[in-house]
Design a protein around this ligand. Structure first.
Ligand SMILES: *[C@@H]1O[C@H](CO)[C@@H](O)[C@H](O)[C@H]1NC(C)=O
Ligand SMILES: *[C@@H]1O[C@H](CO)[C@@H](O)[C@H](O)[C@H]1NC(C)=O
Ligand SMILES: *[C@@H]1O[C@H](CO)[C@@H](O)[C@H](O)[C@H]1NC(C)=O
Length: 298
């Protein structure tokens, strides 16, 4: 009897927190929609005035860039590493609160408050930490297949390179030379193509390759950040990916007052993901089979 009660209690509290979670997420998307409308109805911030006054990067003046030193924590995300390299996040990349991450990413990259809440909450959840009270090191974000995943455009798979903070210069170089837009800028089609190639290549080479649907969406989201916040502009993207530095005078290319909302972001993410030909024609599956056959032959 007593045990049944415990089970019931646990069930009901589990259910309650599940329901609360759904309400929170639905609430967040509702707010996101409101911000999306607000952005539509209000004029963008003026060029040169995207970063709020008093914040690092205001007027294009970013704090001094210092490359990471031995012992500094870095992760697979060039944009977050850049914030640490400029000392906007702690330079050692350690003891960052999820709440501060929200604020700093919003001020520096002009993602919407909803996006900046969603992603650190997701990360906190993944790491079984509390968004409101807990801290993390940048490298903690690289728990495999939480957010970090295979077939990165700028990192070798963790199977080959356990340190996901390390820039894979060959991959980055490939990305930088494949833009077909004006001046070699990157377009949605370019990124779909590059993602497809990388997934096939990684799946062929990596016996531990995995890519869940959510990670495909994350991958397309990274690519979409290059297209939105960085405007596809290859010179800026070169600096951020090869040095993890924010270019002098740079500001986010999204100038909306409420930043890049989740809804607007999806407008880029979905076409990029749906444009991955290898997923549509099934050649991604062939890549897996080829590796399997090769192993069998040995
Ligand atoms: C997207 O970012 C995550 C986290 O930084 C990384 O692990 C992943 O490989 C990236 N995906 C692509 C396609 O670059
Ligand atoms: C392409 O890139 C150049 C240099 O990075 C930039 O000046 C230009 O505005 C970009 N064009 C488009 C259409 O984004
Ligand atoms: C946007 O995409 C994310 C995944 O990237 C998804 O969780 C969310 O439901 C989408 N939101 C909207 C409002 O379309």
């Amino acid at each position: 009897m007593g045990q049944t009660l415990v089970v019931l209690k646990r069930l009901s509290s589990g259910l309650a927190s599940g329901v609360a979670g759904v309400f929170k997420t639905v609430g967040l998307f509702f707010v996101d929609f409101a911000l999306f409308l607000f952005n539509l109805l209000t004029p963008d911030r003026k060029k040169g005035a995207v970063i709020p006054k008093g914040c690092p990067g205001y007027g294009g003046k970013w704090p001094e860039y210092v490359p990471p030193q031995a012992g500094d924590s870095r992760c697979s995300c060039p944009a977050l590493n850049a914030l640490a390299n400029h000392g906007i996040l702690p330079h050692n990349g350690r003891d960052i609160s999820f709440k501060d991450l929200n604020t700093v990413v919003r001020q520096s990259y002009n993602f919407s408050p909803t996006f900046c809440k969603f992603v650190p909450s997701y990360a906190a959840n993944m790491l079984s930490r509390d968004y409101n009270t807990d801290f993390f090191d940048l490298a903690d974000l690289d728990a495999h297949n939480c957010i970090e995943h295979d077939a990165s455009l700028c990192r070798l798979d963790v199977h080959e390179e356990p340190d996901q903070g390390k820039i894979a210069h060959e991959l980055v170089e490939r990305l930088l030379t494949r833009g077909t837009g004006p001046n070699g800028n990157l377009t949605k089609k370019d990124l779909s193509r590059l993602l497809g190639e990388r997934r096939v290549e990684a799946k062929r080479a990596n016996p531990k390759y995995s890519q869940a649907f959510i990670h495909k969406m994350f991958g397309s989201s990274n690519s979409s950040t290059l297209l939105t916040i960085f405007g596809g502009q290859i010179d800026d993207i070169r600096t951020i990916l090869t040095e993890e530095r924010i270019p002098d005078g740079w500001e986010p290319r999204i100038r909306h007052r409420m930043g890049l909302t989740i809804l607007e972001f999806n407008n880029t993410v979905l076409p990029v993901e749906l444009g991955v030909k290898e997923e549509v024609d099934g050649s991604i599956n062939v890549a897996g089979r080829e590796r399997y056959d090769a192993v069998q032959k040995k």
